[in-house]
Design a protein around this ligand. Structure first.
Ligand code: AMP
Ligand code: MG
Length: 407
């Protein structure tokens, strides 16, 4: 391939495929109460125990009638309110006052909306005749009894909790939460809130990593800031490997003199690979540490966020028992040009807009792997394929809108 200055780099797609087959999903399950089910993942399909709606009911405020009768004045013989049905059976020439959601009385086959009637004492005149079945929500038209509503491996969102409630379900069987250990490495790092020593920078990665993992709804074991000392790194990785399902570290996986993480991973566990054709973020280590899966993110702040999001997150979601859809990809017109050499798949932070019906994407400023502000106000990645060279403004490019895990 003409694309690669560094042929040993693994293409992003291959790296993800290799990691997916090298991990296992959690197998323990638990029963969790409805209010606590947000972002939990189903361990088995959820089925409806009854029809939804449970009975034929009115979609409108109006009058329930026989559609064939609508040409004549109709006597109002009673009412059917939500929660209080009309007990009788409708006879020819009769109608029943009915409210949205109320049971359709026996004998009626349509509802005329109130606005299309004229009331005259005890009877009504229908101004616009409904056809048979009109304005009736049929029993089971939304969900039929026994139907699978949620598959296994499904992450519950807010509306899903309402849907579960509508099925009368007060709990669900879900996968146990994944436990993920997080650590930063680097002698130059100072925790925020403390004075910065000469030549130091603040440890920013750990806060972004933990926040992303919290959105994923995993249990985070924060192992803190570890100096670039082999013994300290060894102790942290040993603990992480024995206590967690997965470990996410930042820094120390490149080829510098103080980059011990990868070597210690090789010593305590095994390195699957550690170079991916992704920009930002080429040094990304994947491996195993005891029973835990290890993700070694690069230290550069943008690289660490992009590799966590694009490489580690899909695998963590699989491990958590989720079966997510691949991310949405759209095509948009580039409003700015991009300098690029073939070789790595590039995830540029970008602003996606729809202008007069056309998707347009612009670069979100300087794209260095340390420029964390490139994420500020960005809502998408412009994804430049590995083999692609420079892009001129006006060309079409692939865009992945951000999901809720990254912004
Ligand atoms: P490394 O991957 O350890 O070689 O680090 C690459 C660059 O990222 C260096 O400039 C580090 O100072 C910086 N860096 C490493 N870890 C962090 C961190 N936790 N927060 C912010 N910057 C970091
Ligand atoms: Mg370092």
């Amino acid at each position: 391939m003409a694309c690669c200055d560094e042929p040993q780099l693994i293409p992003v797609r291959d790296a993800i495929a290799r990691m997916q087959v090298a991990v296992q999903s959690v197998s323990d399950t638990e029963t969790v109460a409805l209010p606590d089910l947000l972002d939990r993942i189903t361990a088995e399909p959820v089925r409806a125990g009854f029809n939804v709606p449970g009975y034929d009911n009115s979609a409108m405020d109006g009058y329930a009638l026989r559609a064939d009768d609508a040409g004549q004045p109709l006597i109002v013989v009673g009412q059917s309110l939500a929660g209080h049905r009309f007990e009788g059976e409708l006879q020819p020439g009769q109608c029943v006052r009915i409210m949205t959601g109320a049971t359709i009385p026996a004998g009626a086959d349509a509802v005329v909306m109130q606005e299309n009637t004229k009331v005259n004492g005890d009877s009504i005149k229908v101004l616009k005749s409904p056809s048979a079945g009109e304005n009736i929500r049929r029993a089971g038209e939304d969900i039929s009894k026994g139907q699978e509503v949620f598959p296994a491996g499904y992450r519950f969102g807010p509306i899903d909790l309402a849907l579960l409630a509508s099925l009368g379900l007060a709990e669900a069987t879900v996968q146990r939460r994944l436990k993920v250990a997080v650590l930063s490495t680097g002698d130059e790092l100072t925790p925020p809130g403390q004075p910065l020593k000469d030549g130091h920078i603040y440890d920013s990665n750990r806060y972004g990593i933990i926040a992303i993992l919290q959105r994923l709804n995993v249990d985070v074991l924060d192992l803190g800031l570890i100096p670039d000392q082999p013994d300290a790194i060894r102790a942290a990785l040993e603990r992480a490997g024995s206590e967690a399902d997965a470990v996410v570290s930042s820094g120390g996986v490149s080829v510098g003199d103080a980059d011990y993480v990868k070597d210690i991973l090789g010593e305590l566990g095994e390195i699957g690979f550690w170079k991916v054709a992704i920009k930002p973020g080429k040094p990304f280590a994947f491996g195993h540490l005891g029973r835990a899966v290890f993700f070694g993110l690069p230290g550069n702040p943008v690289s660490s966020m992009v590799t966590l999001h694009q490489l580690a997150l899909p695998i963590l979601r699989t491990m958590a028992g989720e079966a997510p859809e691949p991310p949405l990809q759209i095509t948009a017109k580039a409003t700015s040009g991009y300098k690029k050499r073939p070789g790595r798949q590039d995830f540029q932070r970008a602003t996606l807009r729809c202008v007069d019906g056309e998707n347009q994407v612009g670069s979100n400023g300087a794209q260095g792997s340390g420029v964390l502000t490139s994420f500020l106000g960005a809502n998408a990645y412009t994804v430049l394929e590995a083999e692609r060279g420079k892009v001129e403004a006006g060309e079409f490019v692939t865009v992945i809108p951000f999901d809720r895990f990254i912004t």
